[in-house]
Design a binder for this molecule. Structure first.
Ligand code: GLN
Ligand code: ZN
Length: 763
């Protein structure tokens, strides 16, 4: 009989209960006990939600991050927090969030300030984990308390528990050796602690342990492949059964490695790695469990259950008890419950599945495998009806959009003239000084702006009054920028809640959930909009605001748009066409906006691609393909304008070295990037590539309340000018200023303008 299980459940709560409890605790408004109590309640509720599964994940709950939990389990804490004598949970939050020396002085802490652990993206998801800190001196010591407590809790509730841990190779791979030492040299001692952990779990009656090794879907060199085998050989004597779990992609050349590990079972992502199944059947030992992730844990769409059964039934017949089924990965990456959604229209909702609905789908599949399709006839019929309606819906398929995509040819992505010709025409028209100054788009989102927006949303402020309020904010931004003496102005984005949502709300083919929150890091959640249909732009989206802003000044006003790749990468997207097709539809819609702005007399247009790098596939071999369509989409968006119109793009903090050729082929006239923290070293990539167009390297770290001095900025720009000719440099902050206060922004920008003047005088 097929075993049904889950790999992990969203921990934040259907109403983001964990978020609010954490923030209240951090503020000092509630007790540690109350927070712990809420954690226990969430675990209990989520285990109940998963009742009926044969195995339920335990240990996937984390107060902040599962990787940080694992670091505590392994006793791998940064040196700077060792010796802390308070509660473990508080020390855990110190690593997660840091603690400023200032807070310590104010009597909130025990000791000096502590830097937070570095945070980075979990594979190709939008979840961020706290990077394990490693060095040649790292030592590990088992602390199984958290896991054992949760197991005891689960046992008391009659949960069929399967503890979940992160495997040693993935843990090491995700870690960062601050001293650049060889991380694999730590493996023997790390593995020894894992052996203790597995023995401890066995002694507590655990039968199966899920050990996550998602790095199996990435390219591994010989040393890492060998390390895999060595490590898992050491686990052979442990008296628990190990299910090695890979997800987020295909094993490809790692198939034999994964299948050859001396463990009881292997879980693979059968959505992204369907091609692995047939070869694995031949490679796996005859008694090995094969767990197939048949429900997509990364999207919000209903599964085509009949289509899955068509290929799954023969496998079930062949594998019998050896076949397990599950979602493709932890459900951490999807919202909790579709039934919470009261404002989504019924038709669209009928096409969707959030975490709870995905578990229901799994139960239907299991029912069909165990009792035949007839035993779940109604569920399967409802599923088929919903999918058929989605496929046939005129809201999804718009022939006009399809025809426009089919008509795309190379000319659409081509500017009329090469950069030097354009640059000369733009210079003549814009007449900017050396080291022109600008900002990245947003100005502080003040309490008044937020209040007006929410009043407008609930209907206590009408459209006309809302427009007046936003225009006042725009006018304020323009006044301040003129007083500062900036060269290229922005309207300040007061009317935008979010750089993706704002455009999604105005495009046909997009929908928005009320509670579709997904954890991004710690207590932070995002609510990605749902791209469900062919994309079109019913009318201009930004022209009225930008036009108004331009009417207030004789300085050039920069039009501000979000690019197609970023909109795509920050949305839940369709599963019925390639991402590249959705991206090109977005590109055509934003292209039309670019052209409308140009028509309205806007001479400088910025198209933000903050998330371009985020979309890179896990395997380097697949980068080329992604970068090709991503760059093409940007070019389609940007390049329908006259030579005299200056196109800017912006990217947040990124490594540029390995994608610089693609950045250059985007061919924006100006690119602004986040560089201030790197002391301009990020510009090396541009320097070595001989990047030909203009660059605005950020000189103001907008993530910090610190105000850079004129001297700081002059220093940074001198560092920049060592790498890029001054004639091609702009001066600007790292990113948008929406999270800062006016009281910080004004002195910082004043110093920026002063620095520009100093540099011009020296030139
Ligand atoms: N134009 C946007 C802003 O200034 C860019 C934000 C971003 O890059 N994340 O807010
Ligand atoms: Zn940015």
């Amino acid at each position: 009989m097929t075993i049904v299980h889950n790999l992990g459940f969203p921990r934040i709560g259907a109403r983001r209960e964990l978020k609010f409890a954490l923030e209240s605790y951090w503020k000092g408004d509630s007790s540690r006990d109350a927070l712990k109590q809420l954690g226990a309640e969430l675990r209990q509720r989520h285990w109940q939600d998963q009742a009926g599964l044969d195995l339920v994940p335990v240990g996937d709950f984390a107060f902040y991050d599962q990787v940080l939990d694992m670091s505590f389990t392994l006793g791998n804490l940064p040196q700077r927090v060792s010796g802390f004598r308070g509660e473990q949970l508080d020390n855990y939050f110190r690593v997660a969030r840091g603690r400023s020396a200032h807070a310590a002085e104010a009597g909130h802490g025990c000791c000096d300030g502590v830097a937070a652990g570095e945070m980075t993206k979990w594979f190709d998801t939008n979840y961020h984990y706290i990077v394990p800190e490693l060095s040649a001196a790292s030592a590990f010591a088992l602390d199984p308390t958290r896991l054992l407590e949760q197991l005891a809790e689960a046992a008391a509730q009659g949960v069929k528990a399967k503890p979940v841990i992160i495997g040693p190779l993935t843990y090491l791979a995700l870690g960062k050796a601050k001293d650049h030492s060889d991380k694999l040299a730590l493996l023997p001692q790390l593995v020894a602690v894992y052996v203790q952990l597995l023995d401890t779990l066995a002694a507590h009656g655990v039968e199966w342990v899920q050990i996550d090794e998602p790095i199996l879907v990435t390219e591994l060199d010989a040393a890492w492949r060998q390390a895999f085998t060595l490590a898992y050989e050491r686990f052979k004597p442990c008296r628990v059964k190990l299910l090695v779990a890979s997800y987020f992609g295909s094993l490809l050349e790692n198939r034999a490695l994964a299948a050859g590990l001396p463990v009881a079972g292997l879980h693979i992502d059968a959505i992204n790695g369907a091609d692995d199944i047939a070869p694995l059947l031949a490679l796996l030992p005859a008694d090995s469990v094969l767990s197939l992730g048949v429900i997509n844990g990364r999207n919000i769409w209903k599964t085509d259950l009949a289509a899955v059964l068509d290929w799954l039934e023969p496998l079930a017949a062949r594998l019998g008890e050896r076949l397990w089924i599950a979602p493709s990965c932890s459900l951490l990456h999807v919202p909790v419950d579709l039934d919470s959604e009261l404002t989504l229209d019924a038709e669209l909702a009928s096409w969707l599945a959030f975490a709870l609905q995905k578990l229901d789908e799994l139960r239907v599949l299991a029912g069909a495998l165990r009792g035949g399709r007839a035993s779940v006839r109604d569920e399967l019929a409802a599923n088929q009806a919903a999918l058929a309606a989605r496929r046939a819906s005129p809201r999804v398929n718009k022939p006009a959009v399809r025809q426009a995509i089919a008509r795309i040819d190379a000319s659409l992505g081509q500017r009329k003239s090469p950069y030097p010709v354009r640059a000369a025409r733009q210079a003549a028209l814009l007449n900017l000084p050396l080291y022109p100054t600008t900002t990245i788009g947003s100005f502080p989102q003040t309490a008044e702006i937020r209040r007006a927006r929410s009043a407008y949303k609930v209907g206590t402020l009408d459209a006309a009054a809302y427009t007046v309020a936003m225009r006042e904010e725009i006018a304020r931004s323009v006044r301040e920028q003129e007083a500062l003496g900036l060269d290229v102005l922005v309207h300040g984005e007061a009317e935008r809640n979010d750089m993706v949502e704002y455009f999604g709300e105005q495009l046909d083919g997009y929908a928005f959930s009320q509670f579709g929150w997904v954890q991004s890091y710690g207590s932070r959640c995002v609510k990605p909009p749902i791209l469900f249909g062919d994309i079109s732009r019913p009318k201009a989206m930004t022209v009225a605001w930008i036009g108004y802003a331009q009417s207030l000044t004789s300085k050039p006003m920069k039009g501000m748009l979000t690019g197609p790749v970023t909109i795509l990468n920050w949305s839940f997207v369709r599963d019925d066409q390639p991402r590249s097709d959705s991206c090109k539809q977005l590109a055509l819609a934003i292209r039309a906006e670019v052209q409308d702005l140009e028509q309205a007399g806007v001479r400088v247009i910025q198209i933000d691609e903050a998330a371009l790098r985020e979309g890179l596939p896990l395997r380097k071999a697949e980068w080329r393909h992604y970068l090709d369509w991503a760059v093409e989409s940007f070019r389609i968006t940007a390049n329908g304008v006259d030579d005299a119109t200056q196109i800017h793009t912006h990217m947040c903090y990124s490594e540029f070295n390995d994608i610089i050729a693609s950045i250059a082929s985007m061919d924006a006239d100006v690119i602004t990037i986040e560089t201030s923290r790197s002391d301009m070293e990020l510009l090396d990539a541009f320097d070595h590539f001989n990047y030909p167009n203009q660059i605005g390297p950020g000189v103001y770290d907008i993530h910090s309340p610190n105000i850079p001095s004129e001297a700081d900025i002059v220093h940074l720009m001198q560092r920049a000018a060592e790498r890029i000719p001054a004639q091609r440099l702009w001066i600007n902050p790292d990113c948008g200023l929406k999270t800062r206060q006016w009281s910080e922004v004004l002195p910082a920008l004043r110093n920026m303008v002063a620095a520009a003047k100093t540099l011009r005088a020296r030139a």
